[in-house]
Design a protein around this ligand. Structure first.
Ligand code: SAM
Length: 219
């Protein structure tokens, strides 16, 4: 846990609530031990969608649609989202949840490798979520960075928690200590270095959910 228990409870007590469908999704995540982004991070995705007036969102790694569902809550009625997932069962579940919510018309369900699916879309995207294989995060950013307008935001999950150890990453960023032989951790470190080194973008890491980085195109 990287936030104190009090801080986590505070975020939960003041943060957004699940609707009935999201509560069912969270139940599935609990049963399956599936890593959804959670309500605090979900609320931030909703806010980003509303702030950018997002009409086009792309996700790398959608699972059964929990994060995409949050995005749509903040997007205008003509906004559309691309869900990508190479686990067909997860994507089928996403389609079922979206059908129940009457959101199917606003979603593109892409079964297969997100790194290939991205080539089928031209953008521009208002918000992009990177939440698939950590070792492919930097490649995902490079694949979309020309498809963003000024003001678009790229969000990446698991900067502080998940298949990574925050203490090891801290030692790497603070003192240059070697990272363990772990491809997720190398992937996250590479991602942070890539987005910070790319001109025309500004990046901030926020301790919400499992730790999100927000990378905004500024020129
Ligand atoms: C952390 S989960 C996504 C959770 C989702 N964003 C949410 O919060 O509801 C990661 C998902 O990405 C999928 N995935 C990983 N690499 C992928 C790839 N290259 N293409 C498509 N899906 C991928 C996995 O099967 C898994 O379901």
């Amino acid at each position: 846990m990287y936030l104190t228990e009090t801080a986590q409870r505070y975020l939960r007590a003041t943060g957004p609530e699940h609707d009935e469908i999201q509560a069912d999704m969270a139940g599935v995540a609990d049963e399956e031990g599936f890593p959804i982004i959670g309500p605090d991070a979900g609320g931030l995705l909703r806010t980003l969608a509303a702030m950018t007036r997002a009409t086009s969102v792309f996700e790398f790694g959608s699972g059964f649609g929990y994060s995409a569902y949050w995005f749509l809550q903040g997007m205008p009625a003509d906004g559309e989202i691309v869900l990508t997932e190479f686990d067909t069962d997860e994507l089928t579940m996403a389609e079922e949840f979206f059908k129940r919510a009457g959101l199917t018309e606003r979603a593109h369900f892409e079964d297969g490798d997100a790194m290939e699916t991205i080539n089928e879309y031209d953008g521009p995207f208002d918000v992009v979520l990177i939440d698939h294989q950590k070792e492919r995060y930097a490649d995902a950013f490079n694949a979309v960075r020309e498809d963003l307008r000024v003001g678009s935001v790229v969000v990446a999950d698991n900067l502080m928690r998940g298949p990574i150890d925050i203490e090891d990453l801290l030692a790497y960023f603070e003192s240059g200590e070697a990272l363990p032989d772990n491809k997720s951790m190398h992937g996250v470190a590479d991602y942070v270095e890539t987005v910070r080194a790319t001109s025309g973008f500004q990046t901030t890491v926020v301790p919400v959910g499992s730790g999100l980085s927000l990378t905004v195109r500024v020129e």
